[in-house]
Structures are given as structure tokens and as C-alpha cells.
Design a binder for this molecule. Structure first.
Ligand code: NDP
Length: 245
């Protein structure tokens, strides 16, 4: 079952490292031309050069709606379209509700959720015209089950699921599919910041008895981007070693 994305352009936010970097690499291996996005142009350019296959770096702070709209336009202009949109970039600003500041709530919702809405709104026109499109939003198991200390993050990820199902219904008639990948515990810079105690507690809940790798998520995204997933839309694919079932 080969995945062939030759001729497709993929925009992956937060692809300078971690899960996004692995997704970008996998889509490029499958033949797609990939737009690498991070806040720093030089870093995005360096990753694009590593990935090859015509990949190009773009600087964008996805917390700023005007920059997100401009990003989609710039990718369409430079690479000839945006067939696959992966809303991956995300941040955490954890705290118990009692201590959570308004600005931490806003920053997480704006970066993780509003950015996806803006990017989808900008990219959908081109996809609808082509009668082919794939939108894949990276949520989290926390968006399904909640997590103490992550009310803002869990709300943003649950919001992505509602957004995705609505988009799936709006765009299905144009063969534009929208799905969610919900990772469990994946080893990246984001999770390296956790305390050893928190990591130990979490690991005990994973039936497959290991942390996931960014490549585990990349495989699921490549599948959903491919024609093998042509009859799947509005779904949440949990990739978590069996943690949530
Ligand atoms: P990392 O922190 O390792 O990487 C985050 C990426 O997002 C970087 O490429 C960073 O680029 C980019 N980014 C962050 N903020 C912005 C911004 N304002 N504008 C543009 N780009 C930004 O995260 P992960 O790879 O671990 O996570 C990727 C996604 O997967 C996130 O949405 C996360 O919530 C989700 N996830 C992760 C899990 C895990 O266990 N790791 C579990 C469940 C979900 P740069 O710094 O170069 O700007």
C-alpha cells in the first residue's frame, strides 16, 4: 500500500521540529512539496533544505490571524496551491484553574485553535476549486478526556475536534476531507519539559508500554492525506499506544 502524494502541496504548521518536522518529512518522502513553517525564517529554511523535494521555508507567528492568512496566500503563490493543510503548531501554558491567567488562556486558544480556523478559511477556496483537499488537525488525547492543569490546552484541542467535524460537513460535497489526529504522549521538546514524576505516572497508563515517536504521528497523517483515506472525514484518529480507549 504505497502512499503517493506526487503533485500535491502540503502546508504543515510548526514543522521546524518535533511532530510537525516528522510529518513534513514523511509527506515529502511520499512525493509532496512541503511548506515548512515556524516563527524563524532561517530555521524554516534550514529544515526545508534538509527535507528537500522542493520544500520551502515560511516564517509565521500563527498567533497572529493576519500572518496566518498571508501565509496561506504566500504558500499558494510560491508552491502553486495548498492541497494538504496540517494544523500542527501548538503551545502549552499549564496551570491549575485557580492560578491560570487570562493571557495564558488567550495565548493557548489563539495559537492552537483560532490559527486553525483562519488557516482553513484561507485554504478552503483553492481546495474546493480543485475538488480535492485534505485538512488534518493535530489535537491531543487531552482534548478527549481533559487534564488537570491544562484547562486552556484541553479546551483548545476539544475545540479543534468540533471545528474539524463542522468543516468536514461543510466541505464534503467538494471532496475536501477534514480529520483529526489526537496524539497521546509523544517524545518531543514539549514533553521533555515534564517532570520525571509526571512522566512515570503517564507511562503506567500506556498499554503499548512506550512513549510514541513523532514518526508514529507522521504515519497516521500521511495515511489520512492519501487516497487510501478517500472515504474518511470528520473522524478523530487517536494515536496513543492504547492509552485512551
Ligand atoms: P514542539 O514544542 O516540539 O514544536 C512546536 C512547533 O510549533 C515548533 O515547530 C514551533 O516552531 C511551532 N510553533 C510554536 N508556536 C508557534 C507560533 N506561535 N507560530 C508558529 N509556529 C509555532 O511541539 P510537538 O511537536 O510536541 O507538538 C506538535 C503538536 O502536537 C502540538 O499541537 C501539540 O499540542 C500536539 N501534541 C503533542 C503531544 C506530545 O506528546 N508531544 C501530545 C498531543 C498533542 P518554532 O519554535 O520554530 O517557531
Amino acid at each position: 500500500m504505497r502512499i503517493d502524494l506526487t503533485g500535491k502541496v502540503a502546508l504543515v504548521t510548526g514543522s521546524t521540529r518535533g511532530i510537525g518536522r516528522a510529518i513534513a518529512g514523511r509527506l515529502a518522502e511520499c512525493g509532496a512539496t512541503v511548506a515548512i513553517v515556524g516563527r524563524d525564517q532561517a530555521k524554516a529554511d534550514a529544515v526545508a533544505a534538509e527535507i528537500g523535494g522542493g520544500a520551502k521555508g515560511f516564517a509565521c507567528d500563527i498567533g497572529d490571524p493576519a500572518q496566518v492568512t498571508a501565509l496561506v496566500e504566500a504558500v499558494e503563490k510560491a508552491l502553486g496551491g495548498c492541497d494538504i493543510l496540517v494544523n500542527n503548531a501548538g503551545i502549552t501554558k499549564d496551570n491549575l484553574m485557580l492560578r491560570m491567567k487570562d493571557e495564558d488562556w488567550n495565548a493557548v486558544l489563539e495559537t492552537n485553535l483560532r490559527s486553525a480556523f483562519i488557516a482553513i478559511r484561507a485554504a478552503q477556496r483553492g481546495m474546493m476549486k480543485k475538488r480535492w483537499g485534505r485538512i488534518i488537525n493535530i489535537a491531543s488525547v487531552v482534548g478527549l478526556i481533559g487534564n488537570a492543569g491544562q484547562a486552556n490546552y484541553a479546551a483548545s484541542k476539544a475545540g479543534l475536534i468540533g471545528l474539524s467535524k463542522s468543516v468536514a460537513k461543510e466541505l464534503a460535497s467538494r471532496n475536501v476531507l477534514c480529520n483529526v489526529v489526537a496524539p497521546g504522549f509523544i517524545k518531543t521538546d514539549m514533553t521533555d519539559a515534564m517532570t520525571p514524576d509526571a512522566i512515570a505516572k503517564l507511562s503506567a497508563q500506556i498499554p503499548l508500554d512506550r512513549f510514541g515517536s513523532p514518526e508514529d504521528i507522521a504515519g497516521a497523517v500521511a495515511f489520512l492525506a492519501s487516497d487510501h483515506a478517500a472515504y474518511i472525514t470528520g473522524q478523530v484518529l487517536t494515536v496513543d499506544g492504547g492509552m485512551v480507549m
